[in-house]
Design a protein around this ligand. Structure first.
Ligand code: GLV
Ligand code: MN
Ligand code: MN
Length: 417
């Protein structure tokens, strides 16, 4: 390992990193030690301002693109060199924890500060990015910021997406961008020389294996749909069942059919209906409309393709009374990360004498999209009992710092290539 990489890794400050997590966890704090900081919400704006205040103290150049992805740049010595990027997201699930997402942003920021304090110079700039709307809990789909940044979908495609209250993403985004006028606008698709994302594992493998560092080899495939069922509202007491167009009854039939489709004795396939909006949502009115989400995942391309491709026809067949509309909202094939970036992470973990192992990610991340445009890999650190998307999410300060050390060393390695 380069001497400067080791020096900077040793400057990672566990206490400062933990303190920053605690400060961020206050923004949108909910009972049970959790966080509810929806994308492009008032709380998201407060978190952005806090991050920017830290960046200003360090004189990092700050910019944002048209979907609100925030970039903090530590300059390199070669002004023409493409940056190495790191980061994650600051939004959370509605009943989220203190680490999912924010850890990758704070670990990246800690890496920049450690480089400053070790007096390290790199040929390439190193940039920390806070992606907008990684969770997709408020506005579907997830990983939206990196989808738009990498050009996988145009900004226009997502502007009309609405949340459960009918607020358009376009309006929430305009409010968010207006709240930080000091930020310089920046283009989508700006080139990067590499990307490393640090994250809690969100599963139990590292903890069970007593490893501190996960070298992530890739992410499983993921298909998302919105399914809408169009019925007719009627009186619950008077309308004979035979005359009803009950959107809830058909929604349940569709969900049962999809449960059968995704049944898997190996328990590898993931199938989730996590969001459901019922109209008019009254106990004594037959439902006129149901919108629900479908999330299907599998590590194998053939399987996830077969399952995702079967959804629409199956939903139509299962509905007995109502019209059905199926809208795909995300189509991610399984991705394999870059061997050289994974190698740099593994090498850093080895040299820093941290127990590590290779593993694949069950959760999705912005690294999925960055992997399409530049050499990419991820670092995982353990989280307690693998619990995530839950207020009880927990991670040890020493493990978070260990991940930041590996990140710092690997970034310095890549930023001098
Ligand atoms: C990200 O939170 C995911 O759904 O995997
Ligand atoms: Mn996350
Ligand atoms: Mn998440």
């Amino acid at each position: 390992m380069r001497e400067d990489a080791r020096d900077a890794a040793n400057r990672v400050n566990e206490q400062r990193l933990w303190q920053r997590h605690s400060e961020m966890a206050q923004i949108g704090a909910i009972p049970g030690n959790g966080v509810n900081r929806a994308a492009l919400s008032k709380e998201d704006i407060v978190a952005r301002k806090l991050l920017l205040s830290w960046a200003a103290k360090r004189n990092y150049a700050i910019s944002a693109d048209g979907i609100g992805n925030l970039f903090l740049r530590r300059a390199g010595t070669d002004p023409n060199a493409e940056p190495v990027m790191t980061g994650s997201h600051m939004d959370t699930q509605p009943r989220g924890g203190r680490f999912d997402g924010i850890y990758g942003v704070l670990a990246g920021f800690e890496a920049l500060e450690a480089m400053d304090e070790a007096g390290v110079t790199t040929r390439r700039p190193v940039e920390v990015v806070a992606w907008t709307n990684e969770e997709g809990g408020r506005f579907a789909p997830c990983t939206m910021g990196s989808i738009v940044f990498t050009g996988a979908r145009p900004l226009n495609d997502v502007l009309e997406v609405t949340d459960n209250e009918g607020i358009r993403l376009k309006d929430a985004l305009a409010e968010t961008l207006a709240a930080t006028p000091q930020v310089k606008p920046r283009e989508f698709k700006s080139p990067a020389a590499g990307y490393i994302e640090a994250h809690i594992e969100q599963g139990p493998l590292l903890e069970n294996a007593k490893k501190t560092i996960g070298v992530v080899t890739g992410i499983q495939g993921l298909r998302w749909f919105n399914i809408e069922v169009f019925g007719k509202t009627d009186h619950a007491g008077t309308t004979p069942l035979a005359l009803r167009k009950d959107a809830v009854r058909d929604a349940i039939a569709i969900i049962n059919a999809l449960t059968e489709l995704t049944r898997d004795a190996q328990d590898v396939t993931r199938f989730t209906v996590g969001r459901m909006l019922v109209t008019p949502n009254s106990p004594n009115s037959v439902a006129s409309h149901v919108l629900f989400s479908v999330d299907i995942r599998h590590p194998d391309l053939k399987t996830v393709t077969r399952l995702g491709d079967a959804v629409e026809a199956l939903a139509r067949k299962a509905a007995q009374f109502c019209e059905v509309k199926v809208t795909p909202t995300l189509h991610d094939n399984p991705c394999a990360f870059d061997a050289q970036v994974a190698g740099a992470i593994e090498n850093a973990a080895t040299k820093l004498e941290l127990p590590h192992m290779r593993l694949a990610s069950g959760a999705s991340h912005d690294a999925m999209y960055m992997a399409r445009v530049c050499p990419t890999a991820m670092i995982f650190v353990p989280c307690e009992k693998g619990i995530s998307h839950n207020e009880a999410e927990n991670a040890a300060p020493a493990d978070l710092a260990a991940g930041a050390r590996v990140l710092t060393a690997a970034l310095i390695e890549l930023a001098n290539r």
